[in-house]
Write a protein of this length. Sequence first.
Length: 180
Amino acid sequence: MFQIDIVEQCKRNDRKAQLKLYNQYCHGMFCVAMRFLKNEDDAEDVVQESFIKAFSRISQYRGEVTFGAWLKRIVVNKSIDFLKSKQLTTVELNEGYMHIAEDEDWTVDDTVTVNEVIQAIGNLPEKYRYVLQLFLVEGYDHHEISEILNISYTTCRTRLLRGKGQLKEILKSNKYVARS
């Protein structure tokens, strides 16, 4: 039976013809979805939704391209829509919920000067640089820094801890070995 005959039968809502088309294209469409989604369960869902859409709109199929090409476009669009919807539900990580390990050791090698530390602080990412500068150089506490930078107390402590770690790495790379 020719593909056009099967498609025509599907347009008449023939379930056996739909099953034939499904069996003919499901594996190939699954591979297409997998290239986008990289997850078998998500790919299976997208393929199923694509076939449902294809069969419900099969009357729109004009035969200008092969049925497989028409179906593939549906699968690709459904995959992209799935990825977009997944991005919309992705929540930005809030540093305020992170556990902070207490580490109050701020000692560095005696040969490191204040100016070298200040210069190293200047090489940190902005969010860490400001917290470290306010804490180490200006002498503010966590509550004051939180108010100045309009961040939570926990976020301030987290950024200070991470900034300190990055500062030690910068000092180490500059041959000013920070003690652990």
